[in-house]
Ligand binder design. Structure first.
Ligand code: LLP
Length: 421
């Protein structure tokens, strides 16, 4: 899963830097990312697509730290954004707005205008109502907005229901059966220019088959839409490729893309520009969350290991019952007994756990790493319980850079006012 992690004298290290030492220097909870690991995760996408017109648009919702975005911008990536805030981050990180695709089913007029100003590559439109509004916003500015329709191919990505998006019952995309009519409608609107088609079927997908099913259904539509006289320049196949958290065995991006290209070629669509919107698979295994054991709380029914990171820092376990690896940074060899316990945070909710029934030989003061925490970790963190969000470090060529400071109490209060003050 994470080849940039290694065990040595000083315990667990990332790109050669001992994580326990980083925790001592910067405190916990602490996110640590490897720039090299992100670059190696991107490489199979780029290699598999070499020689074809393509654009890898990093789905920045997975991890939108500016230094992370800069890493992908410098590697030539575009970005998949879902808000005006994300667009601002692309620009702040030096990304190229002309390589941005704008997804999401609730774009506001203001966000549309910002994206038109920036000159983004494409709006991935998710409803017929959105087509009308986008056309009006663009036409009022004397522009034509480049659009793809996000079609819902109605395939089962076989993943967690909260992160499955390509089924009929999901709120995302335009139903397969409505797609041709919606394209006809789009082609007739004065403020739009149809440029492509888009689909995204879910996240943490560990099989190739659902992608191939979706591609077949999308290609059926492409053919019907073009017969109707509406040319489509690019095909955006979304993101969603899973990673190994514990024992999942997802295909590599290279294998997935090879299979998709084979189908595209076989159906005579090999020359089209291809877009992908990977998030998790580019950053998930490039990051860890470090936390310190505060208390051990043995019990008759259940034992707890109380740590200083909580659901507000990493909400995937609480929200999806996600299972993520948890390891001591310096495994003990002093006879400390292994205890099966739930690893829980200080937040006042029973759902505040990072791991359940984990066998750990630890004492208070020891540090743990939650593995595969580079995606949807810090990005989903909150200030619940008035907890400042963790600091973030990026390891780049052997050096650990503090790329976001720990949130201070002042920062937490900055937007509030006392009545009468
Ligand atoms: N494109 C669109 C339109 C998306 O909605 C998403 C993710 C992606 C691309 C990137 O998908 P990825 O390659 O990361 O699977 N918070 C959840 C995952 C939510 C995914 C939302 N959409 C989690 O922690 O598992």
């Amino acid at each position: 899963g994470a080849p940039h992690l290694a065990w040595g004298e000083a315990g667990l290290s990332l790109d050669g830097l001992a994580l326990d030492e980083l925790a001592t220097a910067h405190g916990t909870p602490l996110y640590v990312y490897s720039r090299a690991a992100m670059q190696s995760a991107l490489a199979p996408y780029q290699q598999a697509l070499a020689g074809r017109p393509h654009l890898v648009c990093y789905a920045m919702k997975a991890n939108s730290n500016l230094a992370v975005l800069q890493t992908f911008a410098q590697a030539g990536c575009g970005f998949d954004i879902v808000s005006g805030g994300e667009l601002a981050r692309v620009r702040a990180a030096g990304g190229d707005p002309a390589k941005v695709v704008f997804s999401g089913l609730g774009k506001t007029r203001a966000e549309m205008a910002q994206a038109l100003d920036a000159g983004i590559k494409c709006f991935n439109v998710e409803s017929e109502a959105e087509l009308d509004v986008l056309s009006a916003v663009a036409a009022a500015r004397g522009q034509r907005a480049p659009v793809s329709l996000r079609v819902n191919p109605d395939v089962d990505a076989k993943t967690h229901p909260y992160i499955s998006t390509g089924l009929k019952g999901n709120k995302f995309g335009i139903a397969h059966t409505r797609a041709l009519a919606a394209y006809r409608h789009a082609a007739g609107l004065p403020g739009l220019k149809v440029v492509g088609i888009d689909c995204h079927i879910g996240s943490q997908i560990t099989e190739i088959a659902p992608y191939l099913d979706a591609l077949d259904r999308v290609l059926d539509l492409v053919e019907a839409i073009e017969v109707a006289g509406i040319p489509l320049h690019h095909l955006d196949l979304g993101g969603g490729l899973g990673i190994t958290y514990t024992d999942e065995q997802p295909p590599g991006a290279d294998a997935l893309i090879a299979a998709l290209l084979a189908k595209l070629d076989a159906r005579g669509h090999g020359g089209r520009e291809l877009l992908f919107e990977p998030g998790r698979s580019l950053v998930g295994n490039a990051g860890v969350l470090l936390t310190e054991v505060l208390y051990l709380k043995p019990g008759e029914d259940k034992s707890f290991c109380v740590v200083d990171a909580a659901m507000n820092d990493l909400m995937r376990p609480a929200l999806y019952e996600a299972v993520m690896g948890i390891v001591p940074l310096r495994p003990r060899a002093d006879g400390t007994p292994e205890v099966v316990c739930d690893v829980v945070g200080p937040v006042c909710e029973s759902g505040d756990w990072l791991g359940r029934d984990r066998a750990l030989a630890v004492q208070a003061g020891d540090r743990l790493a939650v593995l595969s925490a580079g995606a949807y970790g810090m990005a989903m963190a909150s200030n619940y319980n008035s907890r400042g969000r963790p600091a973030e470090l990026l390891i780049d060529r052997g050096e650990a850079l503090l790329v976001r400071t720990r949130e201070t109490v002042e920062a937490l209060h900055a937007l509030e006012r006392l009545p009468g003050a």
